[in-house]
Design a protein around this ligand. Sequence first.
Ligand code: GDP
Length: 467
Amino acid sequence: MNKTALEQWRNKAGAWVQRGLDQRLRLAVTGLSRSGKTAFITSLVNQLEHAGIDARLPHWPPAAEGRLLGIKRVPSRHHHVPAFGYEAALAQLAGTPPAWPEPTRGISEITLAIRYQPGNALKRRLKDTATLYLELVDYPGEWLLDLPLLDLSYAQWSEQQRRLLDNPELARLARPWLEAGAAVAADAPAEDARLARLAADYSRWLLDIRREAGAYLVQPGRFILPGEYQGAPMLEFVPWVWGQVPAGLGEQHHYGMMEARFEHYKKHLVAGFYREFFAGFDRQIVLVDCLSALNRGPDSVADLGRALSAIMQSFEYGQSGWWRRLFAPRIDKLLFAATKADHLTPDQHGRLSRLLGALVRGGHRRARLAGIDIQTLALASIRATTSGEVSHQGERIPALQGHRLADGQPVTLYPGEVPEGLPEADFWQRQGFDFTEFAPPRWQQDAPLPHLRLDQALAFLLGDKLS
Ligand code: GDP
């Protein structure tokens, strides 16, 4: 081989090795509203930008071993997906006074290029540096609650919703849409404006049962978080709960129109989301705010468990025909993270993680059978408290210090204990919960955000990709 040919061969081989070592990973972040998705992605990006410099990531090997060479934000490949508002979130956190960033309302994405030195000796011999393109996708967990709709007809779904109304609290809150719907004849000519008003009353009910009754399992998910489909007619239907309807009502009638919209919703929004987005996810983190459910009481904890079971169905490949109908899923790692662990003293973090483990246990087994590696962790994306000890009646007890969200006042408190696993009835009689919401920490924009265990989340989700 002459010198030029050898050179060309070397360049080609170099490019080939480079391509082999450079990888893309699409990591999806989800969770129900206010579970902490925005805070998580903001802090994760921020930790990565500070990784290898001043971020505290001792449990993430590439950072601990000094193998990170540089991390930067790069334009996303998916031009139709809105960008995650990282800069805006940081600006809010750095404000005076600092404020929590705006929560997730729809899907968004941010991409990072992570340049690193391979730890594996063989890979290192081939190439001294490699790049992982990490695509972080944020989307509402409410959208996953809709998967079971794919197996229901409009009549079956309506019956399911009607059964919810056996709960007196939910029925009381439903009065506005129940009364408005009672005046709509199933076989009268379909009036768009009327159905739009009815659907608006129904959506308000979904929001109310979540806010006031602590319900988590609310369907259809897009009625609460419509994303870019706000105002689309396919979101303007309600379950038919007003008794028998004559057979054969077509789209020209109220009932038939709502049935057609329900089918459209399933096909375009539910199946469409799985096909267009979910199918492309490599890994998934599901964030769960167990503490708000504990604050609200036993019904809310039970409903959170039901909502998580519905969410788990999205990862139980092979259990149903959905996947064969939709696509071949490829998620191989799934992290369940109990967020806002900084509301608890460190001695309670293990319990919080075990409580979440108990809430998702049934689904775990089925997802494992589908070949997914699952872990549960308690973390705080943005730590708003510091922990220490105080003297109480001659005893040293663990305590937290932070600023209350409500009035910004400094507080020192012992927030109490989290149950080991699912709380039994007598637990609630012995103890209630009152977790205080904290204002974000006072933070200098050039420093990394304070956190708890984001490095362990990184180690699980990205560990093998940066080896
Ligand atoms: P999203 O709806 O899932 O995007 O939720 P956000 O990320 O907006 O979080 C909702 C709220 O939870 C925030 O406004 C904060 O009040 C609180 N929060 C989120 N993460 C943390 C955390 O790590 N620590 C504390 N103390 N509060 C948090």
